[in-house]
Design a protein around this ligand. Sequence first.
Ligand code: SF4
Ligand code: FES
Length: 257
Amino acid sequence: MKLTLHVWRQPAPTAPGKLERYEARDVSPDMSFLEMLDVVNEGLVEAGRPPIAFDHDCREGICGSCGMMINGVAHGPMNGTATCQLHMRSFEDGAEVTIEPWRSRAFPVIKDLVVNRSALDRIIAAGGFISARTGSAQDANNPPIAKQAADDAMDAAACIGCGACVAACPNGSALLFTAAKIAHLGLLPQGQPERSRRAVRMVAQMDAEGFGHCTWYGECQDACPKEISIDTIARMNRDYVAATMASRAENVSGGTG
Ligand code: SF4
Ligand code: FES
């Protein structure tokens, strides 16, 4: 296969960027999208030109680092597929492919296709953990957890923190990510003691990072490589509202007492 690429090149965070054209030749349909970029980069290095910077680690859809916009779509044309698992057979021979970094105020470009996603880490640090002492590791079947709760928690825990939901959202909202991180702990018995505080703190951190709010476009769940449902956001909203109402009731009773 042969493709024409239009790739965003930006040498530094504050430097101006632009799309540059490259020919990708001898591309096997069985190559992953990242392997295709590797081949292009080998050619650039041989020619003494700077390779295209892009983020990656596991290359098996579990680390979340490989996101990029491919023809305007987060992670490209295949549903439920991270960029590293996208194969070149998903493109026509001779296709023109535009490749850009995530576009979001909260994800500043570091270089070329690499963005800074540490805002997502700070949302997790604000409450995406369990601090209760749980003793030594228990037998897996020891804490009784309803099958549905375990399944729902596992679905939410599939979030790999790639940020595609943010990049795809017209509001630049991180609600699907935040909701997934809140839900996967909030559905389990071990996550109950901090359930309210977790929702309030993580949402506050999300707002502080400059992410937009949700107006139910639904682009996030379409872009998500782990197909996390927008229902997760409704669950998070319930937790958040319950926590803020409980806190108000406490203030009122404290004030009148
Ligand atoms: S919710 Fe989906 S799209 Fe958003 S960060 Fe998690 S895995 Fe990526
Ligand atoms: S490189 Fe890890 S998810 Fe793509």
